[in-house]
Design a protein around this ligand. Structure first.
Ligand code: ATP
Ligand code: MG
Length: 421
């Protein structure tokens, strides 16, 4: 396992700490993922060296959480998070230890970690150190708290969200005692900053068995201590949607809103709901807009046989395309949801978009100043109205999108209007 290029690349970092007389190990998620044959994204290092000593070994570094014992070291163009062995105590607020104490033993450091599968270490010779049967848990697909689950969730309530998102990502079962402790401690989730819950929730949506993770949230009542969510909508998601991972967590949230509001709601209703969701979960403006767009696109698509020109123009290609791909996926998996929609048609979506004479107002061959020059409008607001008229005429195929034709067409239109006055 230590042969994995990611570990090989980081190995000199361990060796450098050892050469300076300290203990050092790879720890945490990287060992777990390597044992599972999953790609490793970041290797964390734990060491007996104090932060100041780590800094001495790696002159190129920056501080990320010195009081928690973490130093980010630069080594051959890569950064490595090196954390001093530590224990935690206190946790009066259910989220952060009151006191972090540096210790000299790896075992004590591993003891503070959340689940047995995350409490493994690997030495520079490739030997795996496993005090809590983490390897067995991984082999059996089990998420099990290190020590007494009830106490561990009481210390840090975010661990409960980590449990359900790992259930989704790894398709693992939560061990019995750990599962019971989830239920008992669920209300403590309210103490945790929503931003941190959102990180876990979005990982859950994108996990390989999000249905398992979400079912656990329902089973343990965790959902009730998250803002905005309603049990019935979550249950509908489980019932209607396929179990394949959401390519994008925004899509999961969009489904949530669509199943909550239904196909009858208008754009404004979707915008409002998305805004409330985004505010409750402290999502970014970009997420808010993307979720609103996708959710409304779902509502629109339900009434269509294929994406037609008008709907594509109104929504933009990206949202429609993303949605159509998801619908194709749902169909392939035979989900109940696909029965609500006419068959996915990616080809029509693309062809109808390409056939549009313009894709937005910006594509119009005239702009506001062209209209001012040609027609000297009495009031500025007139320009917007004219542009809108031209846009609609081009889309309806009444006039071709070149400057001369547009100006000639509009001139006639204005003349007719004046006759009517
Ligand atoms: P991921 O693949 O998402 O990075 P990970 O297990 O590596 O999963 P990190 O948040 O990177 O998760 O944390 C690294 C390690 O730190 C974990 O494997 C675990 O040992 C420990 N850890 C992280 N968060 C907690 C927590 N809330 N309580 C206890 N230990 C934790
Ligand atoms: Mg990690």
């Amino acid at each position: 396992m230590i042969q994995d290029p990611v570990f090989q690349q980081a190995l000199p970092v361990l060796k450098a700490l050892e050469a300076a007389g300290y203990e050092a190990y790879f720890v945490g998620g990287a060992i777990r993922d390597a044992l599972l044959g999953l790609p490793i994204h970041d290797v964390d290092i734990a060491t007996s060296a104090y932060p100041q000593e780590v800094q001495d070994v790696f002159p190129k570094h920056f501080d990320v959480g010195l009081e928690h014992g973490t130093v980010m070291a630069w080594y051959e163009g890569e950064t490595y998070e090196i954390t001093t062995f530590r224990t935690e105590s206190g946790y009066q607020d259910y989220r952060r230890p009151d006191k972090v104490e540096f210790v000299q033993s790896l075992e004590e450091d591993l003891l503070r970690r959340d689940f047995t599968m995350n409490a493994l270490a690997m030495a520079s010779d490739g030997q795996i150190i496993d005090y809590f049967n983490g390897q067995e848990a991984i082999k059996e697909g089990r998420i099990e708290a290190v020590g007494v689950a009830h106490e561990r969730f009481h210390e840090d309530a975010l661990r409960m969200m980590r449990a359900v998102r790992f259930a989704s990502q790894l398709d693992f079962e939560i061990a019995e005692e750990t599962s019971r402790a989830l239920k008992t401690n669920a209300p403590l989730l309210e103490k945790i900053a929503i931003e941190r819950i959102l990180v876990e929730m979005n990982k859950l949506w994108q996990g390989k068995n999000w249905q398992k993770g979400l079912a656990q949230m329902l089973e343990a009542d965790l959902w009730a201590y998250c803002p905005y969510l309603e049990r019935q909508v979550l249950e509908t998601m489980l019932k209607l949607l396929a179990s394949s991972p959401f390519a994008d967590s925004d899509m999961a949230w969009a489904f949530y809103l669509y199943l909550d509001l239904g196909a009858g709601a208008d754009r404004q209703a979707y915008n409002q709901a998305s805004h409330q969701l985004a505010r409750a979960w402290k999502m970014s403006k970009r997420e808010d807009q993307h979720i609103a767009g996708l959710a409304y696109a779902l509502a629109v698509r339900q009434g269509l046989s294929v994406w037609d020109a008008d709907s594509l123009y109104a929504l933009g290609f990206d949202l429609a395309w993303q949605l159509e791909q998801t619908l194709a996926q749902e169909e392939a998996e035979g989900s109940l949801l696909s029965q609500r929609f006419s068959p996915a048609n990616l080809a029509a979506c693309q062809a109808n978009w390409q056939a549009l004479p313009i894709h937005s107002l910006k594509d119009l061959a005239v702009n506001g100043s062209d209209l001012i020059q040609a027609f000297h409008p009495a009031e500025g607001a007139q320009i917007g109205r004219w542009l809108g008229t031209l846009e609609a005429a081009v889309l309806a195929g009444q006039v071709t999108n070149d400057k001369a034709s547009l100006l000639a067409w509009l001139k006639e239109e204005i003349a007719t209007e004046e006759e009517h006055l």
